[in-house]
Design a protein around this ligand. Structure first.
Ligand code: G4P
Length: 332
């Protein structure tokens, strides 16, 4: 299964970002610290044309701190990029964000620079990554949301953090094609994808691939699984899911494990970090998946290009005498 999900309003968001970008000093991308690779928008670099970038690894309180450090080092090594880990709901987020923007665009306002031109920062991120939470904690009572101002489209909102610091907020956006297979599952596990676009069992199985490899001790402790972490890591994920269902007593008739219920449990406990602080990706693993995804995508495209062009199918025309096609009227 691949997860592809791109509702119409996301096309509008893409357009709004492309229009706004000319007047922006810093592009702030909120990432999910548990899946920093998969939650990063691959279209953003193209859309933002090399503008200074601030990567905020949000929900760091739910993520594995050792892996967060790896991701921060990775992003901070990119040109024109700064990365900060964040828990959007805690006070102090504003100070971190303002300081980082000022470091990226020193000639702009927002850092007490007096006569400098105002700082204009665009905030983007996937659905559910914590954008509203961050903005609410940033703005406090002083904020003014001015979505119906001239030049501010309905797809964005301008928020004045201070007289010399404006945030342009865009709606949560995913992208049309997800070429890293793991990303679809990780996004679904995080809650970024609509509930009807994925299958819980498939997403849970893909989560278990990572969990058994890197967090087997957490699985063992949480679900009271028999065996050592190494033995748990060696189990096929289907068997592991069945074992979790049994340990939780979620059974169908004749003692069969209820895999659906177990899958919902795993996804829910990953989201809330009841399982523990987990990060599904490292920079090096993600780079490898991306390379594999690109190769597979190029092969798919080559196969498609080799097919004879599809004959255009014209939409069926309405019969000229439509009434003739209706059932005969019954005399009254
Ligand atoms: P969005 O605007 O990007 O779509 O996301 P939003 O702020 O609505 O946040 C989505 C969920 O993530 C919310 O939880 C929010 O509380 C939670 N969240 C945001 N930032 C953080 C963070 O840094 N750490 C943690 N632990 N959670 C965060 P919810 O369950 O949907 O709503 P609620 O329980 O807060 O009401």
């Amino acid at each position: 299964m691949g997860i592809q999900w791109f509702p119409g309003h996301m096309h509008l968001t893409r357009k709004a970002i492309a229009e706004r970008i000319k007047n922006i000093d810093v592009v702030i991308e909120l990432l999910d610290a548990r899946l920093p690779g998969s939650s990063a928008n691959p279209m953003l670099a193209e859309l933002t044309q090399g503008k200074p970038a601030l990567k905020l690894l949000n929900k760091q309180d739910l993520a594995d701190p050792a892996r967060t450090a790896l991701w921060l080092a990775h992003f901070n090594s990119l040109p024109g990029t700064q990365a900060v880990a964040l828990d959007a709901s805690v006070a102090g987020a504003a100070k971190t964000l303002v300081a980082a923007c000022h470091a990226l665009a020193p000639s702009r306002g927002g850092g007490g620079a007096g006569l400098a031109k105002p700082m204009r920062a665009l905030v983007c991120g996937i659905p559910n990554v914590g954008k509203s939470t961050l903005i609410n904690s940033l703005v406090g009572k002083r904020a003014t949301k001015t979505g119906d101002e001239a030049g501010v489209t309905k797809q964005e909102q301008r928020i004045a953090l201070a007289d010399d610091f404006y945030l342009y907020d865009t709606p949560g956006m995913l992208w049309p094609r997800i070429i890293v297979a793991q990303s679809g599952y990780h996004l679904a596990a995080s809650g970024a994808v609509g509930r009807n676009a994925y299958d819980d069992v498939e997403v849970a199985l893909e989560l278990l691939v990572v969990l058994k490899q890197h967090y087997a001790a957490l699985l063992q402790a949480r679900f009271k699984l028999p065996g050592t972490p190494a033995e748990i890591a060696a189990l096929p994920e289907e068997q592991l899911l069945g074992e979790i269902a049994r340990q939780r007593g979620t059974l169908l008739g004749k003692g069969q494990p209820n895999l659906q219920k177990a899958a919902e449990t795993i996804i829910g406990e990953f989201r809330s970090a009841t399982l523990g602080r987990i990060t599904l990706e490292t920079p090096s693993a993600f780079a490898q998946w991306l390379a594999e995804g690109k190769t597979a995508d190029a092969q798919r495209q080559a196969k498609k290009d080799a097919l004879p062009p599809k004959r255009r199918t014209r939409p069926a025309l309405l019969p000229t005498r439509f009434a003739e096609r209706l059932p005969a009227r019954k005399p009254r």
